[in-house]
Ligand binder design. Sequence first.
Ligand code: HEC
Ligand code: HEC
Ligand code: HEC
Ligand code: HEC
Ligand code: HEC
Ligand code: HEC
Ligand code: HEC
Ligand code: HEC
Length: 349
Amino acid sequence: MKKTLALCAAGVLALAVGSTASAADYVGAEKCFSCHQAQFNDWQASGHPWKLRKVDKARYAKLPLPPGGWSWDDISYVIGGANKKARYIDKQGYIITAAKDGSEVKNQYNVEDGSWSFYHKGEKKPYKCGPCHMTAYSPEGNQDGLPGMIGTWKEDGIACEECHGPGSDHVAKPGKGNVKIDTSAEACGKCHQRGGMGPQPPAKGGFIQHHEQINELKAGSHKDLTCLTCHDPHKRAIHAKNNCAECHDGIAKKFAANIHGKQGTRCVECHMPKVTKSAISVASYVGDVRTHIMKLNTDPKADMFETVEKDGKKSTYAKGFVTLDYACLSCHASRDKQWAAKAAKGFHK
Ligand code: HEC
Ligand code: HEC
Ligand code: HEC
Ligand code: HEC
Ligand code: HEC
Ligand code: HEC
Ligand code: HEC
Ligand code: HEC
């Protein structure tokens, strides 16, 4: 009898644990601060939480108002603005693509040089950017009941629980085991991709397009590394670990004696040049996002991109290496590929 009771109790307990686990709810990043200040502060300073912010927070972030007669009272949300560019959302939930009176004006703000670009000039552009900019996205409904906002979510931006799952159970019973950790490249790649997570990075206008870090990574010899090999998931990209020497120590030692090494040039200046473009291109061969394709092709005739035709549709992709115009001429602007090729062949020999 006693035994049955105990079994019963265990059964109830298991049920209870099972049901609370599935009923765990989203509590918001602020709730995590008290116990995880280091992670919270790093995250707060990174682009993830900036990805989508209500105007009452965003208007104090030193971003300018879009031109064309808009005031902060006409804006509901700001998209980005932490790193490359910002776009603005009106009170109906549509991305602003014109002046307030409907006339033509540029209203994507470019952080690097303070310039403005057209974004879908004059179109009625719903905010249909899920699931990459928010926490716990659902395609159903409209956030805040605004017709232009497609889908609903629990928290603006990429907050703790987008990566760690709903946290109510963990907050109630802090410890390991009741909070999700996914260390795979795919956990990051679900947003840092374009057209799937395969090794073919889509390109346009002489640059790889942005948010393709997993496609770029899969295209090269680092395809088996995870993002966490080099990144702390809570920190800004500029704090990526300076760990090339851990795996390429022979090259790193020799490089210290090279003219570039002596000047303090980092490995990434040649191996992760800005071949990728988010907001603007700074020069002919300089975009504004570092690529994760690290292989350099020293043939001056090589072309970084290929255009393939499938079902009558042409698509351009990066081939999985960087050519010398992008790798060298950003600094050696007065030279050409032939010059670079002479110095590049057997560079570390
Ligand atoms: C009341 C304090 C408290 C709060 C609030 C809290 N945690 Fe924790 N958290 C802990 C403790 C304690 C651990 C276990 C640390 C250890 O054993 O090293 C932990 C561990 C973790 C871990 C690591 C788990 C592992 O398996 O290594 C993650 C991730 C985490 N918390 C995320 C969160 C998130 C996200 C929130 C907000 C939703 C949050 N925590 C809120 C106390 C808290
Ligand atoms: C972009 C996804 C992502 C976001 C956003 C994120 N984390 Fe994490 N977090 C991770 C991953 C992945 C790990 C495992 C890191 C590892 O094993 O190297 C981790 C690890 C942790 C740990 C274990 C200790 C450590 O630092 O490795 C804690 C605690 C934690 N996160 C708390 C938080 C809190 C609190 C927030 C929000 C303020 C947050 N995380 C936001 C992905 C994320
Ligand atoms: C839900 C979608 C999503 C997930 C999951 C995600 N990211 Fe991001 N990530 C973004 C977006 C969107 C941005 C652009 C934010 C900005 O700059 O405003 C970004 C920016 C970044 C940056 C640049 C931030 C800065 O301020 O320098 C790094 C580095 C990064 N992510 C790494 C990771 C890693 C590592 C993981 C996995 C642990 C991950 N991301 C998971 C969407 C995501
Ligand atoms: C497949 C996921 C995905 C989708 C869909 C997506 N983005 Fe992003 N976006 C990202 C990631 C990841 C980044 C940062 C990494 C990068 O730019 O290489 C980013 C960066 C941005 C930035 C720059 C942020 C900053 O602080 O500099 C803006 C602005 C932006 N996206 C707007 C949009 C808009 C508007 C839409 C919808 C029309 C959209 N994105 C759809 C993943 C996505
Ligand atoms: C071999 C190391 C390595 C791996 C693996 C790696 N990264 Fe990076 N990543 C870096 C370095 C180094 C930078 C440049 C930091 C700097 O600007 O100083 C960077 C920059 C970035 C940036 C900002 C690019 C820019 O210029 O705006 C994003 C976003 C990013 N990484 C995301 C990812 C994601 C997502 C993954 C996994 C799919 C990943 N990284 C894998 C080393 C790595
Ligand atoms: C965790 C180990 C690891 C780290 C960290 C790492 N690499 Fe690699 N790298 C490899 C491996 C493994 C290969 C393939 C075998 C080889 O060539 O040694 C490779 C290949 C390469 C190649 C050859 C090109 C190609 O794609 O075939 C280049 C260039 C390179 N790495 C540069 C870098 C740079 C620059 C960094 C720092 C930002 C870095 N690596 C960080 C492990 C690493
Ligand atoms: C981040 C900037 C930067 C990048 C990228 C760069 N270099 Fe340099 N390079 C320098 C600096 C600085 C010097 C030393 C100053 C000088 O003498 O011009 C230098 C010197 C040289 C020299 C010797 C001096 C000369 O002008 O003949 C050669 C050869 C050279 N670089 C080749 C290359 C090649 C090949 C690449 C691409 C694979 C490359 N560099 C990429 C900055 C760069
Ligand atoms: C000035 C530009 C430049 C810098 C900076 C640079 N490299 Fe390279 N690296 C090259 C070139 C060019 C090649 C291609 C050589 C070839 O194919 O003959 C190369 C090739 C490589 C390779 C492929 C294997 C090989 O021996 O060809 C690895 C790995 C590598 N570099 C790692 C690094 C690391 C680690 C650093 C920093 C310690 C670094 N590189 C700094 C220009 C550079």
